[in-house]
Design a protein around this ligand. Structure first.
Ligand code: ATP
Ligand code: MG
Length: 218
C-alpha cells in the first residue's frame, strides 16, 4: 500500500499542483494520494484566504482524479504543522516509512535543510521531488550535495528504505502568487486553474483585495 502525501498552502490550488500530483502518481504507482492543505505554514507568510476555502478549492480541483482525496489531517490542530510531525502521526497510526511518499516541488525541497527535524525527517518517508519551471530536478544533487547519496534515478529503487526520488516531469509554469495577483488586477484565470476553481474564486470573491476575509484583513 503506497500512500502519497502532497502538502502545500494551495492559496489557491492550480494546474501546476495537479501536474505534480499526477506525475508522482504515475512515477511510483501510488495507491492513494492525500492532498494536505496546511493551516498556517511555518516557513512563509500567512495564506490570503482561510483553510476552509483552500480545502474546498482542492476538493473541486481533484473531483475527477481517481484515488486522490483532500484530507484535513493537518488542519485539525490550532497551530502550524510540520511535515516531521505529520509523518510521525502517520507512523503512530501504523504506516511504515517505506509506504509513505511525501511529494514536493523542487523549489520547496531545496529548502529542506531548514525544515523541522532535518535530516531525521528524511527517514520518515520517501520524498518525491518533482521538477518545476526554473527548478529542474537535475540540479538537486549539486544544490543538496549532502543528500546526493539518497537520491535514486529509478523511482522503483524506492523500496523499504526511505529515498529521495527526483521526478523529471513537465509541470505548468504557474504559481499561486501569480494567480492572486491576476485576480487582484481583474484578470482571467482560465489557463491557470481548473474551471471549477475559477468559478469558486469568482463566486466567493476570493483574492479581490477590497473584500475583507473572516479575519477582517484584506
Ligand atoms: P506561492 O506562489 O503562494 O508560493 P505555489 O504556486 O508555490 O504558491 P505552494 O502551495 O507554495 O504553491 O506549493 C505547494 C507545493 O507544490 C510545493 O511543494 C511546490 O514546490 C509545488 N508546486 C507549486 N507549483 C508548482 C509548479 N508549477 N510546478 C511544480 N511544483 C509546483
Ligand atoms: Mg510556493
Amino acid at each position: 500500500m503506497k500512500l502519497g502525501l502532497f502538502g502545500g498552502t494551495f492559496d489557491p490550488v492550480h494546474r501546476g499542483h495537479l501536474d505534480v500530483a499526477r506525475a508522482a502518481q504515475r512515477a511510483i504507482g501510488l495507491d492513494d494520494l492525500w492532498w494536505l492543505p496546511a493551516p498556517a505554514p511555518p516557513h512563509r507568510t500567512r495564506p490570503q484566504v482561510s483553510a476552509y476555502h483552500r480545502f474546498a478549492m482542492v476538493a473541486l480541483a481533484i473531483q475527477d482524479e481517481p484515488r486522490m482525496i483532500v484530507s484535513d489531517f493537518e488542519m485539525a490542530g490550532p497551530g502550524p504543522t510540520y511535515t516531521s510531525d505529520t509523518l510521525a502521526r502517520l507512523r503512530a497510526d501504523g504506516r511504515s516509512p517505506g509506504s509513505l511518499f511525501f511529494i514536493t516541488g523542487a523549489d520547496a525541497f531545496r529548502d529542506i535543510p531548514q525544515w523541522k527535524n532535518y535530516p531525521r525527517l528524511l527517514d520518515a518517508a520517501h520524498f518525491m521531488v518533482v521538477s518545476r519551471p526554473g527548478a529542474p530536478v537535475a540540479a538537486l544533487r549539486d544544490q543538496l550535495p549532502d543528500l546526493a547519496s539518497r537520491m535514486v534515478d529509478d523511482p522503483h529503487d524506492a523500496r523499504a528504505e526511505p529515498r529521495i526520488v527526483p521526478v523529471d516531469a513537465p509541470t505548468a509554469n504557474v504559481s499561486s502568487t501569480e494567480i492572486r495577483q491576476a485576480v487582484a488586477a481583474g484578470g482571467g484565470l482560465e489557463s491557470l486553474v481548473p474551471p471549477s476553481v475559477a468559478t469558486y474564486i469568482d463566486r466567493h470573491r476570493l483574492y479581490a483585495l477590497s473584500v475583507p476575509n473572516s479575519k477582517g484583513t484584506a
